[in-house]
Design a protein around this ligand. Structure first.
Ligand code: DQA
Length: 149
């Protein structure tokens, strides 16, 4: 059984720490990656951590994960609210998928309340700041251990 976990990040998350810190906080994506690596290691999981501003990169990584991984943590960022293509790619995967949003999308503009990705996600974490990523990794680790990986 694979012990490889993918953590995927969508558009503008490369600006984490600089962009709207009042909403997304001051931690950078490098800080988040370091925390994810610590959490994954604690659960005996290997990690691939990626960010892209391009939808096709995210889709290609989901296809790659489909062949090799035990789960995906994904913050699709703005593609959450627009991308049937990312939903379709995730629907082709058999392992646990947890959707993460740093902010509480339900407390924000109405256009952020709908998520295509939530139609596939096994769990959704929103509004827990960047801690949401490590919570999601712990959840995937549990599901994989329980045999749902
Ligand atoms: C986000 C929420 C999205 O609505 C937004 O487009 C983002 C980040 C979050 O992590 O809170 O870029 O996914």
């Amino acid at each position: 059984m694979s012990s490889l976990l993918y953590v995927l990040n969508g558009p503008n998350l490369n600006l984490l720490g600089k962009r709207q810190p009042e909403i997304y906080g001051r931690e950078t994506l490098a800080d988040v990656e370091a925390e994810c690596r610590r959490e994954a290691k604690a659960h005996g999981l290997d990690l691939r951590f990626h960010q892209s501003n391009r939808e096709y990169d995210l889709i290609d990584w989901i296809h790659e994960a489909r062949e090799t991984a035990c789960g995906i943590v994904i913050n699709p960022a703005a593609f959450t609210h627009t991308s049937v293509a990312i939903l379709d790619a995730l629907n082709a995967c058999d392992f646990p998928v947890i959707e993460v949003h740093i902010s509480n999308i339900h407390k924000r503009e109405a256009f952020r309340h709908h998520s295509y990705v939530s139609l596939r996600a096994d769990g959704v974490i929103a509004g827990c700041g960047t801690q949401g990523y490590t919570l999601a990794i712990a959840r995937i680790a549990r599901l994989v251990r329980a045999g749902n990986g």
